[in-house]
Design a protein around this ligand. Sequence first.
Ligand SMILES: [Zn+2]
Length: 123
Amino acid sequence: MVAGHCFCEACRRSSGTSHCTHAMVPEAGFALTGTLTEFAKPADSGNVVTRCFCPTCGSAVLSRNSGMPGMVALRASSLDDMNLLSPNITVYAAQAPAWAHVDESNPVFPAEFPGLAEGKLPA
Ligand SMILES: [Zn+2]
């Protein structure tokens, strides 16, 4: 499973800190009960990112990126056990604030994952 940190402006603003952490899961193997509120906005890449929130408490649950059809970016904070994830990639590191810790032990990209525009995902 691809799990990673994103330091893009939208993630920083929605998290209230330096980044968001997501797990990429195939939408076909994912089930959601209940309804979510959605907010769609073009990302720096030009892809449209749709962020989905709990309509009651506002907690971020997941997002979809038009550059990754069929995949859901599940927000780590929505998991009952965040230790199920082992983040293995960092994107938009060039937008990280100077005080943020960027884990250099995994692949780090200054912007989006290269190849995303061609529909490739990190291995
Ligand atoms: Zn982001």
